[in-house]
Write a protein that binds this ligand. Structure first.
Ligand SMILES: [Fe+2]
Ligand SMILES: [Fe+2]
Length: 244
């Protein structure tokens, strides 16, 4: 059974045996992320377990993978108001948290590198298997069934509407598959992107020209409003000239 289908707990539980720092880090993670499964704790746990699955059979340091997975979005909560990219904020916070839970000091810089390179918009390319696993797992969580759920939730939160969410699919989600690095990630992406593409094609068909109709109706509302204001101004001018 793979992560996302009940295997994530078992994976983390077995890793936490003999790693006291991981038990502490899981507690810190749960306390610091918002309890939502779009960008918060649910997303971070899925990405961590998926990244661990992606490095199975590869020469990778699971300590770095699990720590980077858990902390890669820890700065997201401050991104909107600070205007600072959340990967940068996460990279600043991560070393402090890792030291506080007793994570091996010599591995901290590799965790920071993986955190910085997980987001393509910053321009850093993953330079290690561990960083590639985090970057790939993060992108896989944006496609497939979970990706559809997250796109809809985020579209609603940002008031993108159906058309704006479809635009987001073309501009970002449909391009993520080309950024995957590890062969295991590309294999998983095949099925996930098929689902994603089918969903958005169907959504586009069903939504029709909704945005054009809304613009047309709003145009009529605006001209009706302008008419009412002009009428009220005319009446107010004539009553003033009436000399009361
Ligand atoms: Fe992120
Ligand atoms: Fe993420």
């Amino acid at each position: 059974m793979g992560p996302g289908r009940g295997g994530c707990r078992g994976l983390l539980e077995s890793l936490a045996e003999g790693r006291e720092w991981l038990r502490r880090l899981l507690a810190v993670t749960a306390a610091m992320y918002p309890p939502d499964d779009v960008h918060g704790l649910g997303h971070v746990l899925r990405v961590t377990c998926l990244a661990l699955k992606l490095v199975e059979g590869l020469e990778a340091d699971v300590d770095v993978v699990v720590a980077a997975g858990l902390l890669h979005d820890i700065g997201r909560v401050s991104e909107d108001w600070s205007g600072i990219h959340h990967a940068v904020l996460s990279a600043i916070i991560a070393p402090w948290l890792l030291r506080s839970v007793g994570f091996p000091e010599e591995k901290i810089s590799r965790v920071v590198e993986a955190i910085l390179s997980h987001s393509f918009s910053l321009g850093f390319k993953p330079g290690s298997v561990e960083a590639a696993a985090i970057s790939d797992a993060d992108k896989l969580d944006a496609i497939g069934a979970v990706g559809i759920y997250r796109a809809a939730a985020e579209g609603f939160r940002r008031r993108r509407g159906i058309k704006g969410t479809i635009r987001h699919y073309y501009e970002k989600l449909a391009r993520l598959r080309d950024m995957l690095i590890l062969p295991a990630a590309r294999r998983i992406a095949e099925e996930r992107t098929r689902l994603l593409d089918e969903f958005f094609k169907e959504l586009e068909l069903e939504a029709g020209d909704e945005d054009v109709v809304v613009d047309w109706v709003l145009g009529m509302v605006r001209s009706a409003g302008a008419h009412i204001i002009a009428g009220a101004q005319r009446r107010s001018t004539s009553s003033t000239h009436g000399g009361c």
